[in-house]
Design a protein around this ligand. Sequence first.
Ligand code: GLN
Length: 167
Amino acid sequence: MLRRLGADPVEVRKPEQLDGLDGLVIPGGESTAIMRLVRLYGLEDGIREFARPLFGTCAGMILLDRNHLGVVDLEVARNAYGRQVASFEADLELAGDDEPLRGVFIRAPRVSEAGPEVEVLAELGGEPVLLRDGRVLVASFHPELTDDTRVHGRFLDIVREDANVRA
Ligand code: GLN
């Protein structure tokens, strides 16, 4: 998805691979497993101290919350829509855009508390599912599983803004 939008993504497994990146995406998966590997590879401090834009989707959003890496001012409840069978898709309204956004929710987390600075970019049934806290973007769904590049596009906008401020 990022490549389609002109970015040059690389995989990060070790802390030193964070050096020189313009942004970092923490993907979905299983937050307990990802958190265990983050600790094992010594990536915890590296991610905490990564001063560039971050994008967390689903499990990635859980990892960034107050109870995990503490990068985003949110409290997130895991598997809060239920088990695998309770996974679903829904049309979302994306802030500042008329076209509905298809959200794919897979054992998705729910935001249980958001700090005052956190901006809501999309909601589902009155609950935030896409949020921005400064340079950090988080989605409780999987924007990479549709053909719609708008959410990744917004992340790259944040990356560009950040790079311009530094330039
Ligand atoms: N249920 C997973 C977790 O708690 C998240 C699922 C996902 O990333 N799609 O980590």
